[in-house]
Design a protein around this ligand. Structure first.
Ligand code: BG6
Ligand code: MG
Length: 211
């Protein structure tokens, strides 16, 4: 039986996936690079620099390493400014009830996010105290689809990977969960992933596992 659930953050717990999109769109428009929501879905779960490389696939010219660093910093500056406006209202529907339900069932909960801004988001939304462990972009060297962040979260929880479930909105996150020998639950965009073990229309459906 599953003893620990590891939640992705952006697009699963909080609607910050929309803020990532807004900030990348501003950068792409500044550079005159085509960018839309379909391309944005490929950025879900992957690191900041890997996201930039995906955006640059549509660029008309090559960019130097220094230019790439400036672009990533520009995007992150916009994104961090947008995070200042976050409140508990930005927690996605069903998340609070799901966390309450897990706690009532004695199931541990962790965050497993590629983001280096995860702690700020958890603090601004009041979610930080709701988790037994947090593993984020500051704990890892390899971003999803590598399983490192989920294995780190499982270790912090003290639960064997095979007894952990992951909840993800990213294809890269589903791949990471499977590479880590975990059960993969897909929400949102990740429901189209063939590798997902289960697809949830509503995150609260997760609780049926223990009924
Ligand atoms: C993931 C997002 O959670 O974090 C990605 O889905 C993002 O889109 C990645 O690129 C890294 O985030 P940050 O905040 O460190 O730039
Ligand atoms: Mg996500």
């Amino acid at each position: 039986m599953i003893q620990g659930v590891i939640f992705d953050l952006d697009g699963v717990l909080v609607s910050t996936d929309e803020l990532h999109y807004a900030a990348w769109k501003r950068l792409a428009d500044r550079e005159g690079i085509y960018f839309d929501r379909t391309i944005n879905d490929r950025l879900r779960g992957v690191s900041r620099m890997a996201s930039l490389e995906i955006i640059l696939e549509r660029a008309a010219r090559a960019y130097s390493e220094d230019e790439k660093q400036e672009m990533a910093a520009f995007k992150n500056g916009l994104y961090v400014d947008l995070l200042d406006g976050l409140t508990p209202e930005d927690i996605l529907p069903g998340v609070t009830e799901t966390l309450d339900g897990l706690a009532a069932r004695g199931v541990k909960a962790a965050v497993g996010s590629s983001s280096k801004n995860a702690k700020k988001i958890l603090e601004k939304t009041g979610l930080l105290d709701r988790f037994d462990a947090v593993a984020d972009g500051t704990d890892i060297t390899r971003s999803k689809p590598d399983p490192e962040v989920f294995l780190c979260a499982a270790k912090k929880l003290g639960v064997e990977p095979a007894l952990c479930a992951v909840v993800e909105d990213a294809e890269a996150g589903i791949e990471a969960a499977k590479a880590g020998d975990m059960t993969a639950f897909a929400v949102g965009d990740a429901r189209k992933s063939p590798r997902a073990d289960r697809r949830l229309n509503d995150i609260r459906e997760l609780l049926a596992l223990w009924n």
